[in-house]
Write a protein that binds this ligand. Structure first.
Ligand SMILES: [Ca+2]
Ligand SMILES: [Ca+2]
Length: 182
């Protein structure tokens, strides 16, 4: 585990307990999938869940992959990683956001690595340091090869003087179920 040992006491009970709700807001609306995450740390440095939406453009291609991370109490030193898996590709995609900072390209990576060739440099990243931060990744679907579905994993890293705590959704090095492009 990457976490500070003292913060791990609740992890064994809650691991894998993330539940899944699907919200269909109407035929013209994109499907938003919501994945709740327990408070494994027992502190305010906790990611409470993520939402995932994969939209199509009006004529099929286009659209975006939008992932929102409810990251709770966020400081400037914290950072957020997103991995995306799409069908038929051996590589995954990775993006990282640091609050109030520039961000790098979305990269093609192996597994849960973070280095590899850039897949695209223009995407939208939003995060501020506050007590109720929602971190936003919005990546053009074209950047991912216009997939019909995708699944994601997020990792929030909260940095302390003594070390750091990591909160994955849905679980360490694990992807969510597939989310369809709608
Ligand atoms: Ca959590
Ligand atoms: Ca977690």
């Amino acid at each position: 585990m990457d976490s500070v040992p003292g913060l791990l006491r609740a992890a064994t009970v809650t691991a894998g307990a993330a539940c899944v709700l699907a919200t269909l807001s109407g035929p013209a609306q994109a499907e938003t999938r919501r994945f709740h995450d327990p408070n494994e740390s027992g502190t305010i440095n906790d990611t409470q869940g993520i939402t995932v939406r994969l939209t199509k453009g009006p004529h099929g291609p286009g659209g975006r992959a939008v992932v929102k991370v409810r990251a709770g109490n966020v400081l400037l030193t914290d950072y957020f990683d997103l991995w995306i898996d799409v069908p038929g590709a051996t590589k995954n995609f990775h993006a990282r956001i640091r609050p109030q900072t520039e961000y790098g390209p979305v990269r093609k990576v192996t597994g849960f690595e973070r280095t590899g060739p850039a897949a695209c440099r223009r995407w939208e990243a939003r995060a501020v340091s506050s007590r109720h931060t929602v971190v936003l990744f919005s990546i053009p679907r074209r950047c991912l090869g216009d997939p019909g579905k995708a699944r994601v994993a997020t990792r929030s890293t909260y940095v302390y003087n003594q070390g750091r705590e990591r909160d994955w959704v849905p679980a360490a090095r694990t992807f969510t179920p597939w989310v369809r492009a709608t």
